[in-house]
Design a protein around this ligand. Structure first.
Ligand code: ADP
Ligand code: MG
Length: 725
């Protein structure tokens, strides 16, 4: 007689008490903010005046860095870090795995007397040389040529990562091959900032504005799930792939809409407060927290910063969420779709362009129709998105995001832009010539004198759009929760630089031909507005009608990763990257290779994990339960009791068991074969054969979950996991 396997539902109940270090004591944000980051003011205070001036030239005007400056900064950094208990430093970089990488070196150098001193030179600050052979290079470099260099990025502040037993100074760096090819996400991002700066300044000059620099500003909203650590370690699928490969939908999921913005569970709130505290200390300006739509789902959002710093900080947010969650016996799941049937997680990437004086070029003001600078730049964005739908789609393509895009909760795979009533109206006017009016929001009366009249925005929101104008910025909503924002932002910066370039070139030509500025400007804006009109869509992106309508408009609908990724190195996209010196053809190709490989690897892991869990956990549990049932039926028969009902249960179970075995055979078969030699062939095999075979296994397994005795079921269920206690 088989015995029942352990159940999980008592585990979380024992953990209602948070074990955080805060003990409920409030902390002074202003005092702790940035204490673990070497921000510019601190550097300024500690550096000799002349050195600071030169460093500032590098940071603000991109002047080359000289070695005296580097030496002086290195000493300041080391002193600042060791004062805070740091014993090691690391060049912190972002290889193309999408994670961050670090190799720690001690500050300590032995001296002649047998002791040791802390040392850190300008050379060590500027350049590092990790043995880079194990990072993906996408064919940029054979593994026997292992050299890779990290190079200090002075525009992103160094920070200290603490551990109970010591601290490490993290220096944000770029990562490149021995040939100078970018092997990371930061390098092209910084190059795209340059491209955007160049074209943006050129445009502003035409408007008579002499700005020093422009950059894109970014604020990324991170969605995530929290589940009890115990459940996580009992789910091989979560551990290996970050998502549940099995799991029947519980009777209660998100249909009551009771979690969204609901009051935050104490244990979760304790976690959030500690995570935020750590982030404040690291100078990451997090601002917003709330419960998200699905049970167990949450969001954290920062105040926007310049895109390069925002991208680094976004990585820090992910790292801190992970490490603090563990202290509360929680696991932070950042996969785009950890639970089937419930909302997935995105990373809405808010994006705008601003001058170094703080002028937001995406701010329409009260009368957008007459705000020509805004209209020019906004049209440039619309034109860019229209012209490079494929690139934006490719930039967010991943095995995880495939489960989200197009599901009825996330933006569809069709890239379109939501402008809102007011702006769409202006945009429509522009297509026929000059815009002469802007719709007003007015005041919203709430039907009772005790409530204030609220100023109403001139445009509503639209959750179904992958790319939405939200007041004074665009929100790229299709970005996946697990991915680095660097590449999507790099693409955005670059396509907008190209679009501004295109518009400036037309404008300059007209001006040279003697056309008045305003007339020439109107002409180019109208032309671009007309051309890119098909990409503007204010309706319901979830509806089936939109799929049909979008096809009529000629918009791309690249449904899955393997539809989208290969567009990355189309002639048009390579030309774009080369022209703006963001990526060389080889660098684009290497990215395509790596992203394709990552897709293949991820799905391959899922395929193997599905097969092994079904074979070694679900199948045996079903057979054990069947044995128990048949043993019962036998003894009941011997006692002449009725067994018709039992026989039905047995029959249903055993027929599902047979289905499971059959589906498993197919999965084993497709898992055997990789479908070819190249990453592309392997990835296609995954998409065409492995995913359907996995889904078939899951379908039966989820049926079995509802039939097999609860105490025999070997996995924590959705019901167990989703409601954090
Ligand atoms: P919502 O998504 O509800 O509009 P917020 O207005 O709080 O929420 O903004 C969401 C995110 O957009 C925040 O991270 C915020 O910092 C960011 N954001 C706001 N203004 C800009 C901007 N000019 N550039 C980039 N991001 C911005
Ligand atoms: Mg938002």
């Amino acid at each position: 007689m088989s015995t029942a396997i352990k159940r999980f539902d008592t585990i979380a109940a024992t953990k209602t008490v948070a074990n955080g270090s805060g003990n409920g004591r409030p902390f002074d944000i202003l005092k702790i903010f940035g204490e673990n980051t070497l921000h510019m003011n601190e550097l300024k205070d500690r550096l000799p005046k002349q050195i600071w001036k030169e460093l500032k030239k590098t940071i603000v005007d991109n002047a080359p860095l000289n070695s005296d400056v580097a030496d002086a900064v290195a000493v300041v950094m080391k002193n600042w870090a060791t004062e805070r208990g740091a014993t090691h430093y690391t060049h912190w970089f972002q290889p193309l795995t999408g994670f961050t990488a670090e190799k720690h070196d001690s500050f300590i150098t032995p001296n002649q007397g047998g002791g040791a001193i802390a040392q850190f030179s300008g050379k060590e600050l500027i350049q590092g040389e990790p043995d880079a052979s194990s990072f993906p290079s996408g064919g940029l470099r054979p593994t026997f040529e292992a050299r890779g260099y990290t190079a200090w990025d002075p525009t992103s502040p160094a920070f200290i990562m603490e551990n109970e037993n010591g601290s490490t100074l993290c220096i944000p760096t770029a990562f490149a091959s021995w040939m100078g090819e970018a092997l990371d996400f930061k390098t092209p991002l910084l190059r795209s900032v340059e491209a955007l700066n160049k074209q943006g300044l050129r445009a502003l000059k035409l408007f008579g504005i002499d700005a020093k620099r422009i950059t894109s500003t970014v604020g990324a909203e991170q969605e995530y799930f929290l589940i009890d650590k115990e459940f996580y370690y009992n789910r091989p699928d979560l551990m290996m792939s970050g998502r549940t490969l099995f799991g029947a939908i519980p009777p209660r999921g998100q249909e009551l809409d009771d979690h969204y913005f609901g009051s935050i569970n104490d244990r979760v709130l304790s976690f959030m407060l500690e995570a935020e505290k750590e982030l404040y200390r690291l100078g990451v300006p997090v601002k917003t927290r709330h419960n998200e739509v699905a049970p167990g789902q949450y969001e954290i959002a920062p105040i926007f910063e310049s895109c390069n710093v925002a991208a680094d900080h976004q990585q820090v947010v992910m790292i801190v969420l992970d490490s603090v969650a563990k202290k509360y016996d929680l696991i932070c799941l950042k996969h785009e779709k950890p639970f089937a049937g419930l909302n997935g997680s995105g990373k809405h990437t808010n994006w705008s362009i601003a001058t170094s004086d703080g002028m937001n070029l995406m701010d329409p003001g009260d009368d957008p129709h007459s705000n020509m600078i805004f209209l020019f730049f906004c049209t440039a964005v619309i034109n860019a998105v229209y012209g490079y739908q494929d690139l934006l789609r490719a930039a967010i393509a991943s095995a995880g995001n495939d489960h989200r895009l197009g599901a009825n909760e996330a933006p569809p795979a069709i890239i379109s832009i939501f402008l809102g009533d007011q702006l769409e109206d202006v945009f429509n006017q522009l297509q026929t010539g000059v815009a002469t009016s802007s719709k007003k929001g007015g005041l919203l009366g709430l039907g009772t004198p005790v409530l204030p009249h609220l100023p109403k925005h001139a445009g509503d929101r639209n959750r179904t759009s992958p790319f939405a104008f939200t007041g004074n910025k665009f929100e790229f909503r299709a970005v996946g929760s697990n991915q680095t924002i660097s590449f999507p932002v790099t693409c955005l910066n670059t396509i907008v630089a190209e679009s501004i370039d295109e518009m400036c070139t037309e404008l300059e030509k007209s001006l040279e031909g003697g056309v008045e500025f305003e007339e020439a400007l109107g002409k180019v804006i109208t032309k671009m507005a007309k051309k890119s009109a098909p990409v503007v869509f204010n309706g319901d992106g979830y509806s089936d009608d939109w799929q049909v309508e979008a096809a009529k408009r000629g918009l791309l609908n690249l449904k899955t990763t393997m539809d989208a990724l290969p567009t990355l190195n189309s002639e048009k996209n390579v030309k774009l990257f080369e022209k703006h010196k963001v990526l060389s053809k080889k660098e684009v190709e290497s990215r395509l290779e790596i992203f394709t490989e990552q897709y293949f690897l991820r799905v391959n892991i899922e395929g193997e994990a599905t097969a092994s869990m079904a074979q070694t956990m679900i199948l045996p549990a079903t057979i054990r339960y069947l044995n128990e049932l048949t043993a019962y039926a036998e003894s009941a028969g011997a006692l002449n009791l009725k067994t018709k009902g039992t026989a039905k249960v047995v029959e249903k179970l055993s027929s599902n068991l047979e289905d499971l075995i059959e589906a498993l055979e197919k999965l084993h078969e497709v898992n055997e074969d990789l479908g070819g030699d190249t990453s592309h062939e392997k990835a296609i095999h995954m998409a065409k054969n492995v995913i359907p075979a996995m889904n078939a296994v899951r379908e039966v397994a989820d049926k079995l979950e509802k039939l097999v005795a609860d105490d025999y079921w070997p996995l924590p269920t959705y019901r167990d996991m989703l409601f954090v206690k």
